[in-house]
Write a protein that binds this ligand. Structure first.
Ligand code: HEM
Length: 538
């Protein structure tokens, strides 16, 4: 039962796995006692009642009874693969992270997912896709927990339970499974107009990707990189697929959901098995780390905003190749635990209020999903860097810790004195100034602009893409029961574009409202207005 490095498709992934063989000459109990029969329970005579003393029966059934763990509260359905990330060295000037150095090779594990459906739901539904990458770097684990869309529904993590409650199946009938046809979903996104941009991405072809291999990935939030001299740069992370970005059309997505609900999962596994290893370039848009954290009038702390690539190009910093399928879905894809707070020296977070809430949420949910605080010891979650923590005991502890003084410094066990102030390769938070201000439950005024970027997105679409968006809104809103929700959705569309609104209104058989002052863009960004309709997305 020793840990081994496994390579199910002959590839060296470098990820240590406990390979527990299910073979051998004899069947045994979990304690290793040989069994002579596993098909008949122990009875008082062939037609008599089953005896409580049958340990094998009870062990076998009890273990089976507990085979399932709770599915993720979001992103329950996923598929994953192992691979390798190779640094280009182009980011060395802005980040001291070792895995970004030229030709540095780092094992990775990537889990793609839908957000709202349950574990058994279909792959090709209209939804956002998760794109979470675990880098097993020499300096510890770095998780880039992103999506296939560059913006998010909400600006503050305190609304996350609300947006998910609105998007998950209705509590009474538990239908439907995705963003389609929800009164609650459309109720939420029209009451919270910050959701307009992400909703528009969802209603576009990006909401029904052709393949996980043909999706972009985005870190969404602005991160802060720090180089060896301590200089900082703000960045947004982008994954660019070598195969390009491709989508299904709605009819294909619907038919595929019926004929092959595992379409994306199968596509990923088949491609890797046949040697067509998917690749993505990791790139960054870089922005000066100014005090106001604005760039051309765009608030970099607002996760509902992008920075157009015309204003800041995406510079490639490394290449990821997925080259091996998991050998056990449960042990790897289901038990992997990503966390926005898993950072390495050279990468730090910002004050984006959505990001700040995520820093709390992931560890918290995983303690309940994975049964206690020791899931970091599971093979798929283990760091490849040496570990010397003082964490002890707890549910599902598998380490046998030695030493009598689990605290540092101590005068009994010795070891690892801290050198205060010295950069010894440790993770040191960037000492950014925390601005003074009153304690408030409020957002910056720059967060109030909910329509200028959706408008740009709409204007950047080709006629065919616009047709698809109009059809998607019409289809989804037609499933709403509440007239008031449909009418409010049309009001939101009017504030994106009156032409878009008019066409969806015609499809719903409702009058098209005029844009409202209250919903109109209160603070159009000068830089974005200049770009007008000429901004191409890709
Ligand atoms: C799971 C992305 C916002 C809470 C995930 C996963 C991804 C993801 C990709 C799936 C991870 C996996 O494959 O195991 C994002 C992105 C966000 C976002 C890109 C916004 C930019 C939030 C927020 C919260 C949150 C604001 C809570 C405050 C969770 C939770 C899980 C999850 C609880 C389940 C984790 C688990 O059980 O392992 N998220 N998320 N997310 N996310 Fe987020």
């Amino acid at each position: 039962r020793g840990p081994e490095t496994f390579s199910p498709t002959g590839q060296e992934t470098g990820v240590a796995q406990e390979l527990v063989a299910q073979g051998g000459e004899f069947l045994t109990t979990a304690q290793g006692t040989r069994l002579h029969d596993t098909d008949h329970s122990l009875k008082a005579g062939p037609r008599g009642p089953v005896l409580l003393q049958d340990h094998h029966l009870r062990e076998k059934i009890t273990h089976f009874d507990h085979e399932r763990i709770p599915e993720r509260v979001v992103h329950a359905r996923g598929a994953a693969a192992h691979g390798v990330f190779t640094g280009y060295g182009t980011a060395e000037g802005i980040s001291k992270a070792a895995f970004l150095a030229k030709d540095a090779e780092t094992p990775v594990f990537v889990r793609f997912s839908t957000v709202l459906g349950s574990r058994g739901s279909a792959d090709t539904v209209r939804d956002t896709r998760g794109f979470a990458t675990k880098f097993y770097t020499s300096e510890g684990v770095f998780d880039l927990v992103g999506n296939n869309m560059p913006v998010f529904f909400i600006q503050d993590a305190i609304k996350f339970p609300d947006v998910i409650h609105a998007g998950k199946p209705h509590p009474d009938r538990e239908i439907p499974q995705a963003q389609s046809a929800h009164d609650t979903f459309w109720d939420f996104v029209t009451l919270h107009t910050e959701a307009t941009h992400h909703t528009l991405w969802n209603m576009s072809d990006r909401g029904i990707p052709r393949s996980y291999r043909m999706m972009e990935g985005f870190g969404v939030h602005t991160f802060r990189l720090v180089n060896a001299d301590g200089a900082t740069t703000l960045v947004k992370f982008h994954w660019k697929p070598k195969l390009g970005v491709h989508s299904l059309v709605w009819e294909e997505a619907q038919i595929t959901a019926g004929m092959d609900p595992d379409f994306h999962r199968r596509d990923l596994a088949d491609a890797i098995e046949s040697g067509a290893h998917p690749q993505w370039e990791l790139g960054v848009q870089t922005f000066p780390d100014t005090e106001d954290q604005m760039f051309h009038g765009i608030d970099l702390l607002d996760p509902t905003k992008i920075v157009p690539e015309e204003l800041a190009e995406v510079r490639p910093i490394g290449l990821m190749t997925l080259n091996a399928n998991p050998s056990n879905y449960f042990a790897e894809t289901e038990q992997v635990a990503f966390h926005v707070g898993h950072l390495v020296p050279g990468i730090d977070v910002t004050n984006d209020p959505l990001m700040q809430g995520r820093l709390f949420s992931y560890l918290d949910t995983q303690i309940s999903r994975l049964g206690g605080p020791n899931f970091g010891q599971l093979p798929i979650n283990r760091t490849h860097a040496p570990v010397n923590d003082m964490l002890r005991d707890g549910m599902h502890q598998t380490a046998v810790h030695s030493g009598v003084a689990p605290y540092r410094p101590n005068s009994l066990d010795g070891g690892c004195p801290f050198v205060a102030g010295a950069d010894t390769g440790a993770y040191i938070e960037v000492p950014v100034e925390v601005r003074k201000g009153p304690k408030v439950r409020a957002a910056a005024a720059s967060f109030d602009d909910h329509f200028s970027q959706p408008r740009l997105f709409w204007l950047s679409m080709t006629p065919t893409e616009r047709e698809h968006i109009i059809a998607a809104y019409t289809f989804e809103l037609n499933k709403c029961w509440e007239q008031a929700v449909k009418e409010r959705a049309l009001l939101v569309l009017a504030n994106i574009d009156t032409g878009l609104c008019a066409q969806v209104a015609a499809g719903l058989g409702l009058p098209a409202p005029e844009p409202t002052a209250a919903l109109a863009d209160p603070q159009p960004s000068p830089a974005l207005s200049q770009l007008g309709g000429t901004w191409p997305l890709d």
